[in-house]
Design a protein around this ligand. Structure first.
Ligand code: ZN
Length: 87
């Protein structure tokens, strides 16, 4: 389990289907739209969402109070630095 460096919330890192790493809130919620299977995250569209009865994960970008400060990293710049700095 990792912690967000900005706000201290518990997060998990998953590799998305696109190959990009994405920090997710550690607890799935009813508002979530990301299904994690075998360690890979899949974005679930609204249409598909109805097929999932259980809560799904939500990207921490959506809930982090400090997301604005680090959102630009989402595109991969400094990604490894961000992912690895949580010791
Ligand atoms: Zn945060």
């Amino acid at each position: 389990m990792d912690k967000c460096r900005s706000c201290g919330a518990e997060i998990i890192w998953v590799k998305m289907q696109s190959g990009r790493n994405n920090p997710l809130d550690a607890k799935p919620t009813d508002k979530g739209n990301i299904d994690v299977r075998d360690g890979v995250g899949y974005v679930i569209s609204k249409k598909q969402r109805v097929m999932f009865v259980s809560p799904l994960y939500q990207t921490h970008f959506a809930t982090c109070p400090h997301a604005r400060e680090w959102r630009w990293r989402e595109d991969g710049e400094n990604e490894s630095e961000h992912a690895g700095a949580e010791a």
